[in-house]
Design a binder for this molecule. Structure first.
Ligand code: NDP
Length: 266
């Protein structure tokens, strides 16, 4: 795995537990790689004969430009989170974030088809989520900007005809959130216990599923959403599911989901 910062990632624990559970003689390691050095990291991967690689912040877009081939999803998102080495030695860039997100919703029993969705944020995770929701048949995917309106417009466009940016005035963005069936935080807001939440608690309530991508079992947003009567879905589900999809691509084995889930939260 390459990223920066990478020290606190749960992915090594998740994958190494899965390798042990299946008796595979594999190991998963995290490497701190500075921004701009993805081509060198991939060259090193080839030279060392690694079987695969996870790619995380801030390298996903650079990796899309540095692999030999892209899957359809990785091409659509312009981002790679998983590199697979083919039998011919070619590096194939995949993106399992979108499918991992949808799998985490399915695990929680949250339906997407025909429903209105709101996503706060416009970075790499938001792009994957917006694309996934549109693919899964959401009736609308409304992006509430993190801070940058232009970036939010580019992210909303990933959803095609069902994508748009929330109204410029605060009031109308609030209406969009209150009317949504699925509400997703794709920003780090609330990560370090900061006072600002991605959504006002007053807009959340029964009949909604509130998803926080922050990879923790609970967050301030999820706590207030639960108090307001909304269903909550944490980011550990997506982390485990996107990792499980990568595991299958690398090893060809069925991933031991419950083992991976237990390792993620241990
Ligand atoms: P990016 O840096 O690509 O995007 C971050 C987004 O958050 C941007 O839209 C940015 O706004 C917004 N943002 C950042 N700080 C603030 C702030 N102070 N106020 C308002 N908006 C802000 O990061 P990622 O998309 O990769 O990650 C976003 C979140 O998703 C993180 O918490 C990350 O941990 C989580 N994540 C979880 C995964 C999982 O498997 N559970 C997988 C990937 C990510 P702007 O557009 O204006 O710059």
């Amino acid at each position: 795995m390459i990223g920066s910062p990478i020290r606190h990632s749960r992915s090594p624990a998740i994958h190494n537990a899965a390798f042990r559970a299946l008796g595979l003689d594999w190991v998963y390691l995290a490497f701190e790689v500075d921004p701009g050095r993805v081509p060198e990291a991939l060259a090193g991967m080839r030279a060392l004969g690694l079987a695969g690689l996870s790619v995380t912040l801030p390298h996903k877009e650079d990796a899309a430009g540095a692999v030999d081939d892209l899957s359809d999803t990785a091409a659509a998102l312009g981002a790679v989170n998983t590199v697979v080495v083919g039998a011919d030695g070619r590096l194939r860039g995949e993106n399992t974030d979108a499918a991992g997100f949808l799998a985490s919703l399915a695990d929680a029993g949250v339906a997407v088809d025909g429903h209105r969705c709101v996503v706060r944020g416009a970075g790499g995770a938001a792009r994957a989520v917006v694309w996934a929701l549109a693919q899964a048949g959401a009736s609308e995917v409304v992006v509430v900007p993190g801070r940058d309106q232009g970036r939010a417009e580019r992210t909303a466009a990933v959803a095609g005809v069902v994508g748009r940016v929330a109204g410029g005035r605060l009031g109308s963005a609030a209406d969009e959130v209150a009317a949504a069936h699925i509400v997703v935080n794709a920003t780090p807001l609330g990560l370090d216990g900061g006072p600002e939440l991605a959504f006002s608690p007053l807009l959340l309530g029964p009949g909604q599923a509130v998803v926080d991508l922050i990879p923790r079992t609970t967050t301030a947003l999820l706590r207030v959403a639960a108090m307001r009567g909304a269903q909550t879905v944490d980011g550990m589900g997506m982390l485990v599911r996107q990792g499980a999809l990568a595991f299958r691509l690398w090893t060809g084995c069925e991933p031991p989901i419950e083992v991976m889930r237990a390792a993620a939260v241990s």
